[in-house]
Design a binder for this molecule. Structure first.
Ligand SMILES: Nc1ncnc2c1ncn2[C@@H]1O[C@H](COP(=O)(O)OP(=O)(O)OP(=O)(O)O)[C@@H](O)[C@H]1O
Length: 265
């Protein structure tokens, strides 16, 4: 497919002398559905924070022909890069369509956006269709199931015409059926966009990843197809082969430590 890929070179992020991302190189081609996996504290979220401008980093991050490092968050977003966080951040009081309308913005005033409209703009209609929430468009987002809120959040990126989606554990807390629906959604979305997924759910990764990068202690330990990564003895040693995950290396508690998540690896 055409479009932009993500090229990361020698990416480093340091917090008070602790190197959380330690010389990462990544080549994510346009249309990829790349999974970033690795033990707690491996640096996955920090890497995404660096790509989206939330933390300072050195090295190079290029999306298409644009260098992202050094640009402020809003300029990176304007280049078509969007992310979701582990907890969905939708406006619970507003309807599904209003959430999408606000995300789309389109130069309208806040009152126009809040007014219930019969004619749904085409990008919003397409997003509703893609995320499977057309029938629930006039429901308040607050009544949606957990999985549906995550899909709405992905829809909010689609109406902004995001070209690179970075999703942090999109299926955490979802039912089996919601996971499958999310996997199919990510497949559809990545047909003409690039998608990067941070994930701990190894069954989900095996079913839907087109390619995988394994991070460990801030470095890329392994990269390739699901089969290649699973066959890599280094990966089995530090991650996939263990019944439970190793504890991250003990170190002083950071100012803002990442929340721990239920592990399925
Ligand atoms: N703001 C911060 N200040 C200090 N240290 C931090 C900060 N953010 C992250 N770290 C540390 O950087 C390391 C990498 O954290 P990060 O959240 O990127 O890991 P992760 O691979 O996403 O982990 P998880 O799978 O648990 O979300 C961890 O040791 C974490 O404690």
């Amino acid at each position: 497919m055409s479009g932009e890929g993500l090229t990361v070179r020698d990416l480093r992020v340091t917090f008070d002398g602790f190197t959380a991302v330690d010389g990462v190189d990544l080549d994510i081609r346009p249309g990829d559905l790349r999974f970033l996996i690795g033990p707690n504290g491996a640096g996955k979220t920090t890497l995404v924070d660096a790509v989206t401008g939330l933390v300072k980093a050195s090295g190079s991050v290029r999306f298409g022909d644009q260098e992202l490092l050094g640009k402020p968050v809003h300029k990176i977003a304007r280049l078509g890069i969007g992310r979701t966080f582990q907890t969905a951040t939708v406006f619970e009081e507003l309807t599904v369509v209003q959430n999408l309308d606000i995300a789309a913005g389109a130069g309208r005033g806040p009152l126009t956006m809040l007014r219930r409209r019969k004619d749904v703009p085409e990008p919003v209609r397409r997003a509703l269709d893609t995320i499977g929430l057309s029938d629930l468009r006039d429901r308040p987002a607050g009544v949606l199931a957990h999985g549906q809120k995550q899909w709405l959040e992905i829809g909010m990126l689609l109406v902004q015409d995001v070209r690179l989606l970075l999703l942090d554990e999109p299926v955490a807390g979802m039912s089996h059926d919601e996971r499958e629906a999310t996997g199919e959604l990510l497949r559809r979305v990545s047909e003409d966009r690039t998608v990067v997924v941070i994930e701990h759910d190894m069954d989900f990764m095996r079913s839907y990843a087109r390619s995988v990068s394994v991070l460990h202690a801030g470095k890329v330990l392994s990269e390739g197809s699901v089969a290649e990564v699973q066959a890599d003895t280094k990966v089995q040693e530090v991650y996939l082969g263990r019944a439970s995950e190793p504890e991250p290396t003990p170190r002083p508690a950071p100012a803002a430590a990442a929340a721990s998540v239920a592990e399925e690896a």
